[in-house]
Design a binder for this molecule. Sequence first.
Ligand code: HEC
Ligand code: HEC
Length: 453
Amino acid sequence: MMTRIVGTAYLGLLVLATGCDGWKTPSGPPASLDADLRQSLGRWGVVPIGPTPAQPQALVDLGQALMFDKVLSGNRDIACATCHDPVSHATDGLALSIGTGGSGLGPSRTLGPGRQFIPRNAPTLVNAGLGSFYLFWDGRVSGNRFGFQTPAGTALPSGLPSLLAAQAMFPVMNREEMRGARGDSDRFGNPNELADFGDSDFVSVWQAVMRRLLAIPEYVSKFNAAFPQTSAGELGFQHAATAIAAFETQALTRTNSPFDRYLLHDDAALTSEQKRGALLFFGDKARCASCHGGPLLGGGDFANAAVPQLGPGTGAGAPLDFGRGELFNQEFYRFAFRATSLRNVELTAPYMHDGAFSTLEAVLHHYNDVPRALREYDASQLPPALQPMYHGDAATISAVLTNLDGRLLAPLDLSEVEIQELVAFLKALTDPSARDLTALIPARVPSGLPVRE
Ligand code: HEC
Ligand code: HEC
């Protein structure tokens, strides 16, 4: 303790003597990078994440089948795993997702005739089971097991064990993602009965999906194995959602990154470059942790980071996307999105709510001087189909900047070396076991519909 105080006083003197050199390490006894970093981490509630409790195997099996089965979609042409594909680290590698009617998988997936892009980027499901209080880019599904806030209000059935299970009730409601438009026919040319219900008739859609599932004998046995205490008549889509969440939690929790090992006191787990990046991240120069703090390194906070506006937009703001501002119709939250968890972020390009940046370097260049980066955003980095959907007009840019989060107003003045250090730190958040998730893809699903197409 004594040496620390002396060291700090020494550093203060030196800074005075050399003018205003900010936080640069002076010559003289080098402060220990690890001591500085561990102290700086302490401010942000960053703790290692222990193992998650194992989920019952029968529940996980059912959840895996449902996750990959296109029978959940109105047109029987898209599964959860189409947009949350293990090959693409439980996302789709697209800037904006492509829903029902589309064809192909991963970054080369294309829109179906007459269909529109989903307004947002698909977040990875890796670590979705860690218990974030908010889900979706705008946090419209939130809460914990003591109570959920969701778009379904009181129509949400009781008995859902987690927020992740509550979330799984919604993709089947979404017409662009999975349900389809009125008058659509499914892949066999049969009428799409799920598309007939109104957009707020949650209960009828959930019941209709369950009728499809329970017409398949293999699902009846899987549901019975997963819910031995529940009679066939009591089974509802909340049981399917519970199983999907169990699969997500069991198969996709990946928290053994070099950074986690560092948090468990293995100083050698990070390179010096990564440690310097971490000091920037948690320190006063880059200030990343003020929004991406806590054990998940994000997920609990919303901010307008002035990300370029791109795509069809959603709600009252369309063709713009007001994000959380759309939800509460509140000026304060306009253009605010969830400051996502950065764990495993290396694996899930493109970045941000609309995939506006294709590399971590591009994200860091944006943060380095946000107002300027937004004004100078070059849409030619986008896939050709999205370039005409970039909203780079002066009015949009000024509206976005009016509400820019105060923490991002001043340029960070990061050098190219510091940018590389930050990128190196972000790559230390990757659990090596998340690099290849393809073992999670089942060979077949109970409906018999194709798994990979
Ligand atoms: C058409 C592509 C598509 C399909 C199909 C799809 N999703 Fe998603 N998913 C997305 C997009 C896009 C978002 C972000 C939407 C938003 O924030 O408004 C998302 C968000 C999520 C989230 C929230 C993650 C987070 O960190 O906030 C979860 C969990 C999730 N999806 C699970 C599922 C499940 C389970 C299914 C199947 C029942 C499914 N998804 C089907 C594209 C898709
Ligand atoms: C004022 C709060 C704030 C600060 C400070 C901040 N971020 Fe963010 N970050 C966000 C928000 C909000 C998003 C999502 C924005 C969006 O999609 O519109 C985000 C998204 C990201 C993403 C993309 C994640 C993904 O999955 O697409 C990365 C990477 C990132 N931030 C890294 C950083 C780094 C590195 C720093 C420090 C230089 C930093 N952030 C500072 C709020 C912040």
